[in-house]
Design a protein around this ligand. Structure first.
Ligand code: BDR
Ligand code: CA
Length: 313
């Protein structure tokens, strides 16, 4: 199996991604590192622990990481994900605790060991990129331990979801996103341009509800809630399900298409802070640094997701 570390800020859609990873035999989840994003970092770590208990996978270590972005003040998204970050999940408070080690130290340790052993790890990034950028800055030798980075972040065609131009993960910590985008390892981005084409409609969620397992019921409660943010705000048929598309792409790339291009992050201009500047038409000479994924077969993806979640009893 492919070894992955999930760096995340659960987060309703982060939660589904963690469950999808645990249900996928092609993957070994080496660790979950959490970051401040949708809610504060202690809460994102607690949520990761609660999910591991739900999936009966308390063998996976959780490390809490950055409390705040590199330079900006933190901002949260409790209005989208609920006060706990996993609105509607109603999981019991976890007994499992995060590891005492900081997520950045754990990343550095694991990635340098992976580099030494010539068995690099795939980073699946679902939140602001603060932990990853800090690890790369503090210990550049980590780079050789990274096979590839698959991240949810950015927006171009679709416009932003937190400012008119920026997507939430990149807006929260643009400086970190900039460092990661320049790191030189293979990067795949799943931006709003693709995630907004895979809305969690009642019809797509029905097979998950029909599982009648604790995981199926929890995911249905969380994603099927009548007050899901995008449903209320944009009048869509359901809420968005951004983060699981990272693993969708990793496990079923044939469901997706995109383009290799240069993606740069705006770190200073006030109106465009955190914007992903995508050279989609190669109008500059900047070298492509990412696969920008912008199309999905959403029906195929949701069938795959339901089948996988059904494996968690
Ligand atoms: C991203 O922001 C968060 O609220 C979601 O979990 C996702 O990672 C979407 O912009
Ligand atoms: Ca997230």
């Amino acid at each position: 199996p492919r070894h992955i570390i999930i760096d995340t800020d659960p987060g309703q859609d982060d939660a589904v991604t963690i469950l999808l990873a645990l249900a996928s035999p092609e993957l070994t989840v080496d660790a979950i590192t959490t970051v401040a994003g949708n809610v504060a970092v202690e809460q994102t770590a607690r949520n990761a622990c609660a999910l591991l208990e739900l999936a009966k996978r308390t063998d996976v270590p959780v490390y809490a990481g950055a409390e705040r972005p590199l330079r900006k003040e933190p901002i949260y998204a409790a209005n989208v994900h609920g006060e706990t970050g996993m609105g509607g999940a109603n999981l019991p408070p976890p007994v499992l605790l995060p590891q005492p080690e900081h997520a950045v130290d754990a990343l550095i340790e694991r990635l340098t060991a992976a580099a030494r052993a010539c068995s690099p790890i795939t980073l699946v990034c679902l939140g602001p990129l603060t932990n990853i950028a800090t690890a790369l800055t503090r210990a550049p030798e980590c780079l050789n331990g990274i096979e590839q980075i698959v991240a949810m972040g950015g927006a171009q065609r679709e416009g932003g979801n937190i400012t008119p131009t920026a997507e939430f993960n990149f807006f929260v910590d643009p400086d970190a996103a900039d460092i990661v985008m320049k790191c030189g390892r293979p990067i795949t981005l799943l931006p709003l341009d693709v995630t907004h084409r895979a809305i969690a409609t009642p019809k797509r969620l029905a097979p998950i509800a029909a599982l009648h397992t604790p995981v199926g019921e929890m995911v249905t409660r969380m994603l099927g809630a009548e007050d899901r943010f995008e449903k209320m705000k944009y009048g869509w048929e359901g809420g968005a399900l951004h983060d699981p598309l990272t693993l969708g792409w990793l496990l079923r790339p044939e469901f997706f298409s995109g383009r290799h291009c240069n993606v740069t992050i705006e770190c200073t201009a006030p109106l465009c802070l955190g914007q992903s500047i995508v050279d989609y038409w190669s109008v500059t000479t900047r070298t492509p640094n990412a696969l920008w994924v912008d199309e999905i077969d959403a029906e195929a993806f949701y069938s795959f997701l339901a089948e996988r979640l059904g494996r968690l009893k």
